[in-house]
Design a protein around this ligand. Structure first.
Ligand code: HEM
Length: 824
């Protein structure tokens, strides 16, 4: 443990939080106790590894396993496989070569990396700044006790208020100034603490960055996920890019990997950033629409700027409506450099892959969630962490030798509108990030965190990507205003764990007290300190590079192809993904009032794929174009979400069980227990809150009333058995709609016994297809039964049924169902 951490630990033991932990009794106290206790125990020991849920798949998918899954969809899992279990621990041999790295499974490498110290160091540092209010008395900001905070000082009970009332004036002054400017982009965000740990030393051949190469250290991280377009209070589920920003508090200083959930960007040169952001944000004359790209200015801009076409097709895909922050990828987007201890450089691209798989909402659902629960993704992140279902991501790298800089057809590594397909350069897993702690205070941490692309540590370096170079200026610049002056690196969430010593001084909000006479370099009055460590002393050194060129405003010819990778993406999609993309273009362009913009977009689509252009044109009243550029036919299967089902089964999936008085309690309870054991979150929804009486006369508590939620907030629905119960559900339009809507959104559905009457009332096509329920099969309907499981009336929810159910839920969605005719 570092000296700093030890100091912080000692301090932590003395904080009010630690003291409160000793006497904690109420639930609030218990929360304080948990945190203080964690801080205290972690001072002496490495944090305990997350305890494994009871059952998880035998192997967690690594890059190679994911690739294998692409070739062959997962076979029907056994019950044990559909549930979840931590990977079996195996010892893995270590090798520094990328080839060997590729061959190793993620599970082997995760198991080889032991729990290590360091993960709680940031929590300990923050402890010194926590204000715990339990068992305290109200004071002013000056520490003066307050007599009364409910009545202003007045001349008589009905008389005028007095200026003398300093408590009133201070209280209102502080309230008046609570707001700071929201971020100019990515204003809506949600944060979490966690740690990163490399699997082994394999990257040491490529980088001197210790946090990437020392499996004995857990580096604390703070992550902020965000949407781009909307204001701070906007919905979580617009069609939008998601930010995926990670601050690593390494012992060599802070490293910020400020990425997105899509691997490419709209523009090639940062000088266009104000244009693309102005175009997508609410239109300036009436400030509409909020958090939406479906409006004229966005489509006007992108159709005049063809370099956006690749990112735009990602935006039209399901990647733009993630089910959860737990289920989306992250990308560093730009090509960066790794720099080894001996100065050798390689190009690198960073990838985050969620262990829970890549899963999305459907568009109709996303829009409804915006009304039913605009905090949907934020709530999911918070509740998962509170429940101990810690979101986990694997860091992967694509490593490219400098000598291969020009080896790729159609790809300039400095062009952020291009990706390097995994089939061309594999993504090598190098470590894992676990998010295991919610912030204490949204404003202090999530709002005040300042990610900055220029925060970089020895062993990593930039490239000449013109988008990246613009970002190097922009973040520091905007944060000066947003955070009110130059000292924002001292805000607790931004403070590095590595010591900070320099002659920068003064300015608004200086929290440190520099001691001594010498505030300049060189000096002799301060003993020459702080000394400049220089290259040999672990300082960051910009890697020497020969630069030669004519000063001009010009883009490289190698940046000029704007369509071929959009075609690659389109070709790589599963059939259902293509349908969703076409529907998204139709929706968005359908909102564009100017016809010429719609027409221009169809022309661009024709350069991507003729069939795509024809399909979109047919939905937006634009004539079908003549065949355009031939489709090159290349694919990258790794780009399809279908290739990333994840390996955590039903962990964190939310299941609604519809119940009413007269329900058959036994089957409900056994399903509830089995799913909960596997890590799913099961909620019993009644027609009213409280409890229902089972057919056997017992009270069965419900989680909440059905009318306070909606099917769109759940991943799967179970319709309970019981004559009287189903009779009530069938006569409740809300319950009928709940089932119809869940089915339409391709969600798993479990129908117990006479619960099939509710399915019938919802007019789902399962009856035409089913050979398992009483209604005769009249017209078989392909896909109608996908993800629908039945339990005969009065039957036990046995292992066979539970396996079917967990397999259906683990698959997330069943998109081959015929759902167009369903009114929901
Ligand atoms: C690959 C391209 C880009 C990616 C992946 C990206 C990603 C992000 C992310 C994740 C955030 C949110 C950070 C947070 O959670 O606090 C952010 C904020 C921001 N980005 Fe970018 N961005 C990109 C391009 C640019 C460019 C080209 C510029 C300007 C030239 C820019 C300017 C900003 C600004 C000003 C903020 C707000 C920062 C703050 O107020 O703290 N970004 N970006």
């Amino acid at each position: 443990m570092s000296e700093q951490a030890t100091r912080a630990a000692k301090k932590a033991a003395k904080t009010p939080a630690a003291k409160a932990a000793k006497t904690a009794a109420s639930p609030v106290d218990a929360a304080a106790k948990g945190r203080a206790g964690k801080a205290a125990t972690s001072t002496s020991k490495a944090p305990a590894a997350k305890s494994a849920p009871a059952r998880r798949p035998a192997a967690q998918a690594g890059a190679k396993q994911v690739a294998a899954a692409k070739a062959a969809p997962p076979a029907k899992a056994t019950r044990a496989k559909a549930s979840t279990a931590k990977p079996a621990k195996k010892a893995g041999s270590r090798s520094a070569t990328a080839a060997v790295l590729e061959a190793k499974s993620r599970a082997d490498r995760a198991a080889a990396a032991p729990p290590a110290p360091g993960g709680d160091a940031k929590a300990l540092q923050l402890d010194a700044h926590r204000m715990v209010k339990l068992d305290t008395e109200l004071t002013t900001d000056q520490g003066i006790g307050v007599e009364d905070t409910d009545n202003t000082l007045r001349a008589g009970p009905r008389g005028p208020s007095l200026l003398e009332d300093f408590h009133f004036r201070e209280k209102i002054m502080r309230f008046d100034h609570e707001r700071i400017p929201e971020r100019v982009v990515h204003a809506r965000g949600s944060g979490a603490h966690g740690y990163f740990q490399p699997y082994d030393t394999a990257l040491a051949e490529y980088t001197a960055a210790r946090f990437l190469t020392d499996p004995g250290t857990r580096t604390p991280v703070f992550v902020r996920f965000s949407t781009v377009q909307g204001s701070r209070g906007s919905t979580d589920t617009p069609r939008d890019v998601r930010g995926f920003a990670v601050k690593f508090y390494t012992d060599q200083g802070n490293f910020d990997l400020v990425g997105n959930n899509m691997p490419v960007f709209f523009i090639q040169d940062g000088i266009k950033f104000p244009d693309v952001v102005h175009a997508v944000k609410p239109e300036p004359h009436h400030e509409m629409p909020q958090a939406a790209s479906a409006h004229d200015t966005f489509w006007d801009f992108v159709t005049l700027q063809p370099e956006t076409m690749h990112h735009v097709i990602w935006l039209m895909s399901d990647r733009a409506i993630p089910r959860s922050f737990r289920t989306m990828q992250g990308f560093g987007v730009h090509t960066f450099r790794l720099v080894a201890a001996d100065g050798t450089r390689t190009f690198v691209k960073f990838h985050w892959t969620p262990v829970a798989g890549v899963h999305s909402l459907v568009w109709d659902e996303a829009q409804k969630i915006s009304g039913k629960d605009p905090d949907f993704n934020r709530r999911d992140l918070w509740e998962s962490i509170e429940a101990g279902l810690y979101p986990e991501y694997e860091l992967g790298v694509q490593i490219i030798a400098e000598s291969d800089e020009f080896a790729f057809d159609d790809i300039d590594l400095l062009d952020s509108t291009k990706l390097v397909p995994e089939e061309v350069v594999p993504v090598v897993p190098v470590g894992r990030m676990v998010l295991d702690r919610n912030p204490d205070n949204f404003f202090a941490e999530t709002e005040q965190v300042a990610f900055c692309v220029q925060n970089i540590v020895p062993g990593i370096d930039f490239t000449d990507d013109p988008l990246l170079q613009a970002r190097l200026f922009s973040y520091l610049d905007t944060q000066l205003t947003r955070l009110g002056g130059p000292n924002f690196a001292q805000i607790p969430i931004n403070r590095p764990l590595a010591p900070v010593r320099n002659h920068q001084q003064d300015g608004f909000h200086q929290d440190d007290i520099p001691v001594g006479q010498a505030n300049y370099h060189p000096n002799s009055l301060g003993g020459g300190c702080p000394v400049v460590p220089g290259a040999g002393g672990g300082a960051f050194v910009h890697t020497p590079e020969h630069v030669d060129g004519i000063k001009e405003r010009k883009r490289s010819e190698t940046f000029s192809d704007h369509y071929r990778q959009a075609t690659l993406f389109w070709n790589s999609m599963a059939a259902w993904e293509k349908e969703h993309i076409v529907a998204a273009y139709r929706f968005e362009l359908g909102k564009v009032a100017h016809r010429h913009i719609r027409e221009r977009m169809v022309e661009h689509l024709n350069n991507i794929d003729h069939q795509l252009a024809v399909a979109v044109a047919a939905g937006i009243g634009v004539p079908a174009p003549k065949p355009g550029r031939p489709n090159h036919g290349r694919m990258s299967p790794a780009l399809s979400q279908a290739s990333m089902p994840g390996s955590t089964g039903v962990v964190g999936r939310k299941v609604a069980v519809l119940v009413a008085d007269g329900v058959e309690g036994a089957s409900v309870e056994s399903i509830q227990a089995a799913l909960a054991e596997d890590g799913a979150v099961v909620e019993l929804l009644g027609l009213v809150d409280g409890a229902v009486t089972t057919a056997a006369g017992d009270a069965l508590p419900v989680t909440r009333a059905m009318n306070t939620v909606a099917s769109v907030l759940y991943d799967a629905v179970v319709v309970a058995d019981g004559e009287a119960a189903v009779e009530q559900l069938v006569n409740d339009g809300y319950a009928v709609h709940f089932v119809a809507e869940a089915y339409k959104h391709a969600k798993p559905l479990a129908v117990l016994g006479v619960g099939d009457r509710l399915v019938q009332a919802a007019r789902l096509p399962v009856f035409e297809a089913s050979d398992r329920i009483t209604a005769p099969a009249s017209k078989p309907s392909a896909g109608a039964l996908d993800g629908v499981v039945f339990l005969a009336a009065g039957a036990d929810a046995d292992d066979t049924f539970l396996t079917e159910l967990t397999t259906a839920i683990a698959a997330h969605r069943h998109y081959d169902r015929p759902v167009d005719g369903i009114a929901a």
